[in-house]
Design a protein around this ligand. Structure first.
Ligand code: GUN
Ligand code: ZN
Length: 439
């Protein structure tokens, strides 16, 4: 006989059913000022106003449930970070270079140190714990070229019960020799990792060609074949981040019409394919990416830090593109998706389309889940979803408290939270209902 676990969560509940867009579409979100979640065996059973939810509980549930009282705090689905490199946590805040020099000067030496498996294990534990402390419960994660770097990350995620995507970097040219695989060797390593990890508990494998310049046409071809040979595999890479990168891709793939065309040609831009950055794309390319079912990871902190450019969120929405928010550690300067939202707002201002707060919180939760094709599992409080959620303190700093006292509406409060908030706001992070982090 299995023992059923019941939990009740009380707080100010906010979740999304769709993208609220630029006009805060009221059909796209639900807010319960005195709200409740009923969680049964780690999954959402019901969400709604506390009084109605508890009145409708079957006999005995209320008495036996564990209660988490977050009254006065904002309760949201766990944040989804659509793109980060866990081995780069140690090179966050490395000065003064743009993408290609930054990779050579800082990133490749750091990733080479992952030849030592203990470096990978210590880094994986550190990063997963910092994600939880920042309210992030799911991420799409680059490891290094070393297969054991994926083992280390998935083991750390599994130990904490997290839903995570990760993959071994595929890179067989234009990089230091000690970080280079081969087209055939990279596939064999990926296959072994897929067999070991893909679909194990909450983990899923994401094939990870770093970006077009560091893979031979043969590696991209084999990667596309593998991706399309097994249902449910994911793919993550980088696309159109930096102007020098675009020139380089043109030289390396002279017969392809564009950077995007390189990936499309090899079958690397369909459903469950995630392309980080997507800054330097035109309207037709955005539409083409969207029509194929691929998604974009918007990494505002990274794009500002490396001087890469401004991602056009509005144009992406017009094109029907799935978009998630991401830190892109270590080009991003921190794990906080609240800080990323503030940066996304500033990028939007530079383009004349300031990001509304409701849309921002959608991006950091359900938007990310949709970009990763995981919205049937995570990203909202709809019944059946896995109960990964966070409680946020509206007034974690004196500045927040001062500002909140002067806010009138929910949208104003959410906007102040996204502009002034960071990990100090994270009161608790729950994974499958259970407490995984407490401030
Ligand atoms: N393009 C190829 N590799 C990388 C990386 O590690 N970080 C970023 N931001 N862009 C890349
Ligand atoms: Zn990246």
């Amino acid at each position: 006989m299995s023992i059923v676990s019941n939990r009740l969560v009380r707080g100010q509940l906010l979740h999304f059913l769709a993208d609220p867009g630029m006009g805060d579409d009221p059909a796209a979100w639900q807010f319960f000022d005195d709200g409740g979640l009923w969680i049964r065996d780690g999954r959402i059973q019901a969400a709604g106003p506390w009084a109605a939810l508890t009145a409708a509980l079957p006999p005995g549930v209320g008495e036996s449930a564990t209660v988490h009282d977050y009254r006065g705090h904002l309760v949201l689905p766990g944040f989804v970070d659509c793109h980060l490199h866990y081995p780069q946590a140690g090179v966050i805040a490395s000065y003064g270079r743009q993408l290609l020099d930054w990779l050579n000067d800082y990133v490749f030496p750091a990733e080479a140190r992952f030849a030592d498996a203990s470096e990978a294990e210590r880094s994986a534990a550190f990063v997963v714990d910092r994600l939880l402390a920042h309210g992030t419960t799911t991420a799409s994660v680059f490891a290094t070229v070393h297969p054991h770097s994926v083992d280390a990350f998935f083991a750390a995620a599994e130990a904490r019960g997290l839903r995570m995507l990760c993959g071994k970097v595929l890179m067989d040219r234009n990089c230091p020799p000690d970080l280079r695989d081969t087209a055939a060797g990279g596939m064999a390593d990926s296959l072994r990792l897929i067999e070991r990890w893909h679909g194990r508990g909450r983990l899923r494998y994401s094939l990870t060609p770093r970006f077009a310049p560091t893979s031979s046409p043969e590696q991209l071809r084999l990667c596309g074949e593998l991706l399309n040979s097994q249902p449910g595999l994911h793919l993550q890479t980088h696309l159109a981040e930096n102007p020098c990168e675009l020139d380089w891709v043109r030289q390396l793939f002279p017969t392809r019409g564009s950077y995007l065309d390189v990936y499309q040609h090899y079958g690397l831009a369909g459903p469950r394919s995630l392309h980080a950055h997507c800054i330097h794309l035109d309207a037709a390319e955005r539409r083409s990416l969207a029509a194929g079912g691929a998604a974009a990871a918007f990494c505002p902190g990274s794009n500002l830090f490396l001087g890469s450019g401004f991602f056009n969120l509005d144009a992406s929405r017009e094109a029907g593109l799935r978009v998630g928010l991401a830190t892109d550690i270590g080009a991003g300067t921190g794990f906080s998706l609240l800080r990323s939202l503030a940066q996304a707002y500033e990028v939007g201002q530079a383009l004349g389309a300031p990001l509304p707060a409701l849309r921002g919180f959608y991006l950091a939760t359900l938007g990310g889940a949709r970009a990763l094709y995981l919205d049937d599992c995570i990203g909202s409080f709809q019944p059946g979803r896995e109960a990964d959620f966070i409680a946020l303190d509206w007034a974690a700093t004196p500045e927040l408290a001062w500002r909140m006292e002067r806010c009138q509406t929910l949208a104003e409060r959410l906007f102040a939270l996204m502009m002034l908030g960071d990990e100090r706001c994270v009161v608790a992070t729950h994974v499958m209902g259970e407490v995984a982090f407490v401030r």
